[in-house]
Design a protein around this ligand. Structure first.
Ligand SMILES: [Zn+2]
Ligand SMILES: [Zn+2]
Length: 268
């Protein structure tokens, strides 16, 4: 755009900041953010501050992110605080997480995600009718689409799939897989906590694929919401252990798992 002499607007800057955030490009992100005002005369909006918090948070610069939010000239909304909260939990900084949670509590008391995150009171959730979106993954095997819902038993081969999944867990323990329990907290936005972590829909889908397709075809899964850290780590280990490529399309992007690593380089 610069080369073509075009002036970036708020929208294009948002795009660049999101890209920086997903690529872990902290310096570049800062530079672009600052250039809004200095070079282009654009006043950053709430979403630009949000992008910066996400960028810093993902990179683990939590104090910097916290300070950034504190100093924002616009009043931070719950999305900003939640972004920071998620980063804190993700980087295991529970002290700061609690601090952020307090700020968030003042803003909205009924948001479902962090309600689950720190209070974990199912019954009162039910009482207040806060509904969570169920994680669902679909996979096509021999031209038939199979859909899996997290923690759900409705697939006709459900028991076999779960048994096989348990065997997979056992076998990838050898290669260093440990269930990321704090990650139950990480997955704060949409997915249920509790026991379902082990049975998140994409794990069920992949177990089913391994069970039904014995050759080395790439396993392709579509997921409605974002993949959690535990499933992400699971996919990496499975791709290495079973020598299978796995592609998971989640709400944000494609993850291409091969030989124990993912194309997103753990930024998503
Ligand atoms: Zn998961
Ligand atoms: Zn990935």
């Amino acid at each position: 755009m610069k080369k073509a002499g075009l002036q970036p607007d708020h929208m294009s800057i948002t795009g660049i900041l999101v890209a920086c955030s997903h690529g872990g490009l902290v310096e570049d992100g800062w530079r672009v953010f600052k250039s809004m005002k200095n070079e282009y005369g654009l006043e950053p909006r709430l979403e630009h501050y949000g992008c910066m918090v996400d960028l810093l948070g993902r990179a683990g610069l939590l104090s910097e992110a916290y300070e950034f939010v504190e100093k924002m000239p616009i009043r931070p909304n719950s999305v900003i605080w939640r972004t920071l909260l998620e980063a804190c939990v993700n980087h295991n900084n529970l002290v700061l997480a609690k601090k952020v949670k307090k700020r968030l509590n003042k803003l909205d008391r009924y948001h479902d995600g962090d309600y689950v995150l720190l209070s974990n009171v199912r019954n009162s959730m039910r009482a207040r009718r806060v509904n969570k979106k169920a994680g669902a993954s679909s996979i096509s095997v021999d031209q038939i689409i199979h859909e899996f819902i997290s923690g759900d038993n409705s697939h006709p081969q459900s028991q076999d799939i779960r048994d096989f999944l348990d065997r997979i867990f056992e076998s990838i323990k050898d290669t260093g897989y440990t269930p990321l329990t704090s990650n139950v907290l990480h997955d704060i936005e949409e997915e249920e906590k509790e026991h379902t972590l082990g049975y998140h829909s994409e794990k069920l889908a992949v177990a089913f694929a391994l069970l039904s397709v014995k050759d080395t075809r790439t396993i392709r899964v579509m997921k409605n919401i974002r993949i959690c850290c535990d499933c992400h780590s699971f996919m990496k280990h499975v791709s290495a252990k079973f020598g299978r490529e796995i592609i998971v399309r989640d709400r944000n992007r494609f993850h291409h798992f091969i030989n124990g690593s993912c194309s997103c380089q753990d930024y998503w």
